[in-house]
Design a protein around this ligand. Sequence first.
Ligand code: UDP
Ligand code: MG
Length: 318
Amino acid sequence: MTQIDLSIVLPIYNEEESIPALAKELPAALDAIGKSYEIICVDDGSRDGTFAALKAWREQDDCVHVIRFRRNFGQTAAFAAGFDRARGDVVITMDADLQNDPADIPKLLAKMDEGFDVVSGWRVERWQEGLKSFIVRKIPSATANWLISKTTGVYLHDYGCSLKAYRNEVVKGIKLYGDMHRFVPAIASWFGVTVAEVPVKYRSRRFGSSKYGAGRIFRVLLDLMTVRFLLGYSTRPIRIFGAWGLISLLAGFGAAVYLTILKLFYNVQLSDRPLLLMAVLLMVVGIQLISMGLLGELIVRVYFESQGKPIYTVREEL
Ligand code: UDP
Ligand code: MG
């Protein structure tokens, strides 16, 4: 396999109208950069003419590589398929709906040349004027970005922007599940990568409609919990489960001792004491949490050892 400079990865689901415009705009922008490139189009089980349009594009331009999924597996799976096949030194992801501007790619590359491993686009002027857009789009998005930044420790203004650039080894090292594509910079931070941000243009959708609804909020929250757990505790689950388990167990035990003393020495009736229920509950929950932590420790060993996964990454060795 020959080495090339850039791989562009495009997740595509029912975007037939956008493909012809993209097929003009993207290669033009890439040719202007003057580096070798490939364009990996992942058709995520589209049910419209997307695949035919991609096939036509591929026939004109052999830099284009088309992967067609059997059904709709989601944007994360589409990115993963592209990452698996990417041969370029730098892998660039973007939306296929023309909302990202290919003319911004040189800006990302310039940042990569400064030595960053991950460069994320930041759609600075994304917000239309008006109260409605402020309430339904700006507030949720700003909250999500703040929350993700806080919990993962990787501060970005715009996790949702698909236009991002990664060094090849960064995307090859990570496995994506669920809806995790937006967390790639955070997941990659586990490797100790350097992350930068570059302002990019935002354009509103010209064709078709967004593939996501409000359900995205819950998925993002749940995925965020998973990412936070994996980043912080994937090699030591007992620390989080065990800590809470111990607190619960000790609190329950303390309450039980107190009630026992009341009963034995002061002859107090315990049948109408809600604290009794509380004490039992806290002890049971405590033991369960500690057991979960221990099970977690076993699973972690199986996970890392069965797949030969390292628990560290090395930058260089002299
Ligand atoms: N997409 C995909 N599979 C899906 C949903 C979306 O490959 O199940 C693609 C879609 O074709 C587009 C990109 O992911 O290229 C972003 O989707 P969309 O524009 O709907 O998201 P939004 O811009 O509204 O956040
Ligand atoms: Mg879009």
